[in-house]
Design a protein around this ligand. Structure first.
Ligand code: NDP
Length: 509
């Protein structure tokens, strides 16, 4: 099996990649592989190795040796920053290639992938910059003492990532983990591992020492627990579903190692009647249908003021019914397929449950019929249910597909009650022209990331993380750098002599 892209006679370029361990591609101990297929056409894109438990333990071992060597962990933070900048620069040059590959793997339109990936070098510039600012503090301490804190890396950290934004989710964890001086083992989603693997090779060529970044592909249920249980694993950072989160957090708790859990969501979008209707509808379409709804902060519960409810629903239906579904590789495509047959079947099952529980289907609700070569793609019409109630399954559970729910509210209190009546607390947005109301409402929302008159926006400096069943811990910003470091307190006696506690003196009292 080749470790680099290979052209197969008569086919488009296929990409077959092995594990990435110790600064090079390396064959897995099993010959099993996962085929990666384009969800829009079914065409084979390539494959990744199905790593085993032994491969995972080997990767952790190599990461531990790399950490202990000090080649990265002891490097001056300024020099680590230079390498992170070089990685950001190298990534910039490969963005069109990575955007195209992510589009083929996930089915997300190229327009979305290009916009998303164009921001990723910033994570390396930002964390490369603040790495040097990871300063301890001098703290007061009663008596003749100097009291200070200092930071050091945790050791080997494990990143487990989901399929919906393969590079974004990986890199927003990786940049702070590296900036803090850790070495890393990554378990990407089994169905979207190609861009993370190619990125690892890019990082090595940009100057990252071998063994600092290792990727083991394969089935999460097999190699995930091996990663979590590896004795040298010093932290686990997962983006995934809430059930996986409970399992991984449970293992971290057993090991008493820190964990960051970026889990599911069911973001409410509160629309007040002073928002211009066109803006509210454009915002709602953007919030709900980017990535065919396959994002953790996708707007899914639209809570709309009664006074504009009917007009809002009518205009939103017209908007999404005009979406151009098609080949995601075309720049004119607005919405692509969902990523897999499993995701398609789950979404259709939720649509049926919405219908049978009495929600009003106002548009969509079916598979989309598209011409060849898209006939077998996993395309679902953008779907809107109106007049939902908080008890409907489509309101309570994360669907992760192009399906949104709309419900009316009477006043601010009612809007908040509907928004907060949920186990998830990840994203939310509030749309209003009334600045005092916006801040009043936001303060009472149970959501870790809130936008006012916007949605989805992300930045390396802006903290990201949820409450409740959406998990805990923060990505981005200083929080992430701190969460990838350990802070040690140092108490220094300044007095010239050390009293004899057992010598009858009262000086300690
Ligand atoms: P999963 O929970 O199915 O998988 C996430 C990752 O965990 C994958 O790499 C998976 O491997 C791995 N995994 C599975 N089982 C285990 C295990 N027992 N131990 C360790 N690792 C394991 O999520 P999806 O990939 O389906 O992603 C969708 C979910 O991610 C949604 O719930 C979404 O809300 C959430 N998400 C959260 C975000 C946030 O910022 N809070 C952002 C984006 C998504 P494998 O693929 O091989 O099964």
């Amino acid at each position: 099996m080749t470790a680099t892209p290979s052209r197969t006679a008569g086919n488009a370029e296929e990409i077959h990649l092995d594990l990435y361990i110790g600064g090079a591609f390396r064959e897995a101990s099993s010959s099993n592989r996962t085929e990666i297929r384009n969800p829009a056409t079914g065409a084979l894109i390539g494959s990744a190795a199905k790593g085993t438990r032994e491969d995972m333990l080997a990767a952790v071992d190599i990461a531990a040796k790399a950490f202990d060597s000090g080649a990265w962990s002891n490097l001056d933070a300024l020099d680590r920053g230079h390498i992170l900048h070089a990685i950001g620069d190298a990534l910039k040059t490969r963005l069109p290639e990575f955007a195209e590959l992510e589009t083929r793997v996930t089915g997300r339109p190229i327009r979305e992938m290009t916009a998303q990936l164009s921001r990723l070098p910033e994570w390396f510039y930002y964390f490369g910059g603040i790495a040097r600012g990871l300063e301890g503090h001098v703290k007061p301490f009663k008596g003749e003492y100097l009291n200070y804190t200092q930071f050091s890396p945790l050791g080997v950290v494990g990143l487990i990532t989901s399929w919906n934004h393969p590079l974004l989710i990986f890199l927003k964890k990786l940049a702070p983990a590296l900036a803090a001086g850790n070495t890393v083992v990554v378990k990407p989603s089994e169905i979207a591992p190609l861009t993370p693997l190619l990125f690892a090779d890019l990082a090595t060529h940009a100057g990252l020492p071998p063994g600092v970044l290792n990727i083991v592909t394969g089935e999460g249920s097999q190699i995930g627990p091996a990663m979590c249980a590896a004795p040298r694993m010093a932290k686990l950072d997962l983006t995934g579903g809430t059930d996986t989160g409970r399992r991984v957090a449970g293992m971290a708790a057993e090991r008493l190692i820190p964990a960051t859990m970026e889990l599911g969501g069911k973001a409410p979008v509160l629309v007040f009647d002073d928002t211009p209707l066109d803006e509210a509808v454009n915002g709602a379409a953007f919030a709900g249908f980017i990535a065919s709804g396959q994002t953790c902060v996708a707007g899914t519960r639209f809570i709309v003021q009664q006074t504009i409810y009917d007009a809002f629903v009518e205009k939103l239906v017209a908007k999404v019914a005009a979406f151009r579904l098609g080949d995601p590789i075309e720049r004119t495509t607005d919405m692509g397929p969902v990523i897999s047959r499993k995701q398609m079947e789950t979404t259709l099952e939720y649509i049926e449950s919405g219908k049978s529980e009495g929600a009003r289907l106002v548009t969509g609700g079916e598979l989309a019929n598209l011409p060849a070569p898209l006939t077998d793609g996993y395309f679902i019409q953008p779907t809107i249910f109106a007049d939902v109630t908080p008890n409907h399954r489509i309101v309570r559970e994360e669907i992760f597909g192009p399906v949104i729910c709309v419900m009316p509210f009477t006043d601010e209190q009612h809007a908040l009650q509907l928004a907060n009546d949920h186990e998830f607390g990840l994203g939310a947005s509030v749309w209003t022209r009334d600045v005092t109301r916006a801040h009043r409402v936001v303060k009472k929302l149970n959501a870790g990331i809130v936008w006012i008159n916007d949605h989805h926006k992300n930045d390396p400096a802006s903290i990201w993380g949820g409450f409740g069943s959406s998990g805990y811990g923060k990505e981005n910003g200083w929080n992430a750098l701190h969460e990838y470091s350990k802070e040690q307190n140092v108490v220094v006696r300044l007095a010239p002599d050390f009293p004899d506690w057992y010598g009858g003196s009262d000086r300690y009292s």
